[in-house]
Ligand binder design. Structure first.
Ligand SMILES: [Zn+2]
Length: 135
């Protein structure tokens, strides 16, 4: 991205407004104008353009977080933490995965966790003792 790409000329503002009216997604408009999604979103906000749902969030429609949740420290190596966030799984419950995350029957253990750990006692033992079965 160059400096000129960040400059909002009248021409580019008109283009942004036009593409916005055409119903293009923020990222599509960003591509067209050569600026980041954030730049488009910020500019559109300042211009008072009507909001539109981000296409990225369509698969998480049941996820309604009003504000930033308090963010406890998450284990960095928990492979399913994104899935967990999506499912809004209670952090006081064991998040040991059960089944295949790509399949429908996928769920989490749900037992009460060991304080400070992401899993219940049984799964803590499984997680921290069976490193050979590294899932
Ligand atoms: Zn468990």
């Amino acid at each position: 991205m160059t400096d000129t790409a960040n400059a909002w000329t009248e021409e580019r503002l008109a283009e942004l407004r036009k593409l916005w009216d055409q119903g293009l997604s923020i990222s599509q408009i960003g591509d067209a104008l050569g600026v980041s999604r954030n730049a488009i979103a910020g500019k559109a906000h300042r211009m008072g353009l009507p909001k539109r749902p981000s296409p990225i969030s369509k698969s998480t429609s049941e996820t309604k977080k009003p504000a930033k949740p308090k963010a406890p420290v998450e284990p960095v190596n928990l492979p399913l933490r994104l899935e967990l966030r999506k499912l809004q799984w209670s952090r006081s419950k064991c998040c040991w995965p059960s089944g295949d995350p790509k399949l429908n029957g996928f769920s989490f253990c749900g037992d009460t966790i060991v304080p400070g750990k992401p899993y219940c006692l049984k799964h803590c033992e499984e997680a921290y003792t069976t490193s050979r079965d590294n899932r």
